[in-house]
Design a protein around this ligand. Structure first.
Ligand SMILES: [Zn+2]
Length: 373
């Protein structure tokens, strides 16, 4: 691992956020598992010198904040009066595919969807604000990273475009020491198995005609944009083959570094979708969380060492205990104190869910019981 830094790290969490985020139909209870494991490993505590993670409780986003990107009609629809059960949701929302929620297959309405949208957007905006106000160097928001959501439509279980909202907040001009205004450059790096269509489309050609482009998106994905809306040097994708593992990532990483060196971002937003890791039900890539060059932990460690502000977001990942392991490990990497890859899962409420799985793969930290149990 890279040398450790004294980093100011902020971590977005609150009981309300975990409660509503755990209701996401594609990832039920995942949020609960993730935050419980991070806490069980003691990563949210501070040391004797007061160094450690700064807790960032999110405020739910207001309509005005959500409308910085989303269409009014879409927001009025997803924020309409709530329902209590999934059956009620289907009935009372009376949704069709033209209603703004996208396909009912991959964007079903769900109880507390309204609160979910407000809290997940608010979570990523809280992280962006802490970076913008220079309260932290790295901000972590595992409930964010909904990279498929569009301006006027939910898509792929992404009901709100929190990545886009966070980027818009981070790029907002701010006063410079000389009395003028600076326009921060924001690089968005997407490590999810799937192409970041929602985010890439939002900023596609936004730099056209600009002498100082502010946003660059780069998606390392299984496939790039199928709609191919025309080349834009600030909307990039690096498609990787089926079966790609840390060797493939190690080979393309110099390109990521070159993009970074050319663009010179003030802030990097990393979407850390975990569905490309070995053991995920998508079973497409064979990426590992740690153990050397090209692993996901290694890539995130590189970014954390770039010396600019870093926002780490979640994303896909469909075997929740594996995602909890992965994002716990990445939290430790962000802190500059990477956990041993063979660390035992601590005893905590969700412990039984970490029993060895028949598809257990090499990147997983061990899940055997400790001798005290
Ligand atoms: Zn994905």
């Amino acid at each position: 691992m890279q040398q450790t830094y004294e980093r100011r790290v902020g971590y977005v969490v609150s009981n309300d956020l975990v409660k509503v985020s755990s209701l996401l139909p594609s990832n039920k209870n995942r949020s609960l598992l993730v935050h419980s494991l991070v806490k069980a490993f003691g990563l949210l505590s501070t040391d004797d010198a007061g160094l450690g993670v700064q807790s960032l409780p999110p405020s739910p986003a207001e309509f005005r904040e959500l409308s910085a990107y989303h269409d009014r009609d879409f927001l009025e629809h997803v924020l309409k009066e709530d329902v209590s059960t999934e059956d009620d949701a289907n009935e009372e929302f009376g949704l069709t595919e033209a209603s703004g929620l996208g396909s009912l297959m991959d964007c079903p309405p769900f109880p507390q969807m309204r609160d979910y949208v407000k809290y997940v957007a608010g979570a990523s905006l809280t992280a962006a604000k802490a970076l913008k106000e220079d309260k932290v160097d790295i901000a972590i928001c595992w409930d964010g990273g909904r990279h498929h959501a569009q301006k006027a439509q939910a898509s792929g279980f992404c009901y709100v475009a929190d990545c886009v909202l966070a980027i818009l907040a981070l790029k907002r001009p701010q006063p410079s020491p000389d009395g003028g205004l600076t326009r921060p450059r924001v690089m968005y790096l997407d490590l999810d198995l799937h192409f970041s269509d929602g985010v890439s489309h939002a900023f596609h050609r936004s730099a056209a005609g600009s002498s100082s482009p502010q946003v660059l998106t780069l998606s390392l994905a299984r496939l790039s944009d199928p709609s191919d809306a025309g080349f834009d040097p600030f909307t990039l994708a690096l498609p990787l083959e089926r079966g790609a593992g840390r060797g493939a990532f190690a080979r393309v990483w110099p390109l990521v570094e070159r993009v970074r060196a050319a663009f010179r971002p003030d802030c990097v937003v990393v979407q850390c979708g975990a569905d490309g890791l070995a053991g995920d039900p998508y079973a497409t890539w064979n990426w590992s969380i740690g153990d050397g060059e090209g692993s996901m932990g290694w890539c995130v460690d590189r970014v954390c060492g770039w010396g600019c502000k870093v926002l780490l977001l979640g994303g896909g990942g469909y075997r929740s205990p594996n995602v909890a392991r992965a994002w716990t490990y990445l939290t430790s990497v962000a802190l500059g104190r990477p956990l041993p890859l063979d660390a035992d899962i601590p005893d905590h409420g969700a412990f039984p869910l970490y029993a060895p799985h028949k598809n257990r793969d090499e990147y997983l930290v061990a899940s055997k019981k400790t001798s005290q149990q």
